[in-house]
Design a protein around this ligand. Structure first.
Ligand SMILES: *Cc1c(COP(=O)(O)O)cnc(C)c1O
Length: 463
């Protein structure tokens, strides 16, 4: 007797996809005009999600209707052009559409046997990224969730390679009793590097800290003498100022002594696409490993971290697993290049984004967002506020006076909803951070946001 496939409530997917597509399209169309932070009244609706675990099944269309009703108004509008918090890009149309298709495909990107298309796209995008960033063409790499995991993967690889040279197999024998590895970071290291160091067994505090200058760049002249078992973590693009460490000098010094250099280039590395900013990124190609995010400047959508490693054998030795039923084929296997095994096919969106932008589009995206950051800096200076950093790429730090004034301005800007910026403390000074990372940010978005910032900051002059 013929039976219907699946539980009765799981009706054919077509209807629910049409319903969601309409809602998603409306959301995308309206994003440019929406408040950036959800209003208090909208947030109150979140309480409606806290029902007991449903006893019975529901119609998928009703489920999705509820999600649209409660979810869409309580999103932060990161896609609309006036979100300048953290370093958060938007999502390119090609990437968003590819994400829908990848969802429909539901591919497991562990092994080529599970998804030929996922495995192939990873090879293509890794080669394209190496080409775009002018890294060695034979670099190996993996697609990971985020820059933190990219750093973790690179540190595990460095650990493997440095200890193998001392005759120690860290994959088999672990860290206890292994020859010590020294880790060097700059004073303005990103907190995620410290997290990755703790995950990888190095410890957050067991590091040598090298002095940084006023923009957060590691002082190459302050580097200590290194052992041949040292990992030096440098950055391309400080998360506050956008500044770049002097990579050429640091790499030359480290390599002379046999040390490994890892680059945290979560967003900054992409500046290598632009001849205008090339000077800042000199020498980063000399490093041994790199971590970056395609969900930041390239506007690919989450989660799109990338790790690249010069020594592919060490990456595979530290990330590969063996099991009789997981025997790799003769081609590159995604799961042997990243910490995760089963995962979604991240390469689909990344491929679509890079293919749709091309070199010229990516370069234009970088240069346009940097120009918008300059427009912010000029507008704020003109209104009498202090810009604390050299605006070298897409990051602006501004002070609105005393720390409590700056904090109050930030709070009111977030509440106002015209745009969204976060706060920070930069070398002792409380500041608001503006990060222009979205392809969707127009000059009009900058001007409208500047108007709101200056209006609110003027209101706070008296407090
Ligand atoms: C964003 C960022 C990170 C962390 O990125 P995640 O993708 O959130 O892990 C690390 N370093 C720098 C410089 C960053 O800007």
């Amino acid at each position: 007797m013929a039976t219907e496939a699946g539980p009765k409530t799981q009706a054919p997917a077509g209807d629910v996809l049409d319903f969601v597509a309409e809602n998603a399209k409306r959301y995308v169309r309206q994003a440019g005009g929406r408040r950036v932070s959800p209003a208090e009244a909208e947030l109150a609706a979140l309480a409606g999600l806290h029902e007991p675990f449903p006893e019975t099944s529901s119609d998928p269309k009703e489920v999705l209707a509820k999600l649209c009703e409660i979810g869409s108004p309580t999103t932060v509008t990161t896609t609309g052009g006036r979100y300048f918090g953290f370093v958060i890009g938007g999502i390119l149309p090609a990437a968003l559409a590819a994400n829908w298709l990848a969802g429909a495909w539901n591919q497991n990107a562990s092994l080529r046997a599970m998804s030929p298309i996922a495995a192939e796209l990873e090879e293509v995008v890794l080669r394209w990224v190496c080409e775009a960033l002018r890294f060695p063409s034979d670099c190996a790499g993996g697609l990971v969730t985020c820059a933190t995991m990219a750093t973790f993967t690179a540190l595990a690889t460095a650990r493997y390679a440095l200890l193998a040279r001392a005759g120690w197999n860290v994959s088999d024998d672990g860290m206890f009793g292994a020859p010590p590895i020294e880790v060097v970071v700059g004073a303005e290291v990103h907190a995620s590097i410290l997290k990755a160091l703790s995950l990888a067994g190095f410890g957050k505090k067991r590091v040598t800290i090298v002095e940084a200058d006023g923009q957060g760049r590691m002082r190459a002249d302050k580097l200590p003498k290194l052992s041949e078992r040292a990992i030096v973590c440098i950055q391309a693009g400080n998360v506050n100022t956008g500044a770049f460490d002097p990579a050429a000098e640091i790499c030359a010094w480290a390599h002379e002594q046999g040390a490994w250099v890892h680059v945290d280039g979560a967003f900054g590395l992409w500046a290598r696409l632009s001849p205008k900013y090339d000077q800042l990124t000199k020498g980063f190609e000399m490093a041994d490993s790199w971590g970056t995010d395609a969900h930041k400047w390239p506007n690919v959508g989450y989660d799109s971290g990338l790790v690249l490693v010069r020594n592919g054998d060490a990456l595979r030795a530290s990330m590969g697993i063996t099991a009789a039923y997981l025997e790799p084929g003769s081609r590159r296997e995604p799961m042997h290049h990243a910490p995760e095994s089963s995962r979604r096919a991240r390469g689909v969106e990344l491929w679509a984004a890079l293919k749709s932008l091309g070199r010229s589009g990516l370069r234009e995206l970088i240069e346009t967002t940097c120009a918008r950051a300059q427009r912010f800096a000029a507008g704020l200076r003109e209104a009498g506020f202090e810009v604390l950093n050299d605006v070298v790429i897409n990051q602006v730090l501004v002070s609105f006076g005393r720390p409590e004034q700056t904090r109050e301005v930030i709070r009111r800007i977030q509440e106002d909803g015209t745009c969204w910026c976060g706060g920070t403390v930069w070398q002792g000074k409380t500041a608001m951070r503006i990060s222009v990372s979205s392809w969707a940010t127009t000059e009009a978005d900058v001007d409208r946001s500047l108007e709101a910032m200056i209006r609110i900051a003027d209101e706070c002059r008296a407090i």
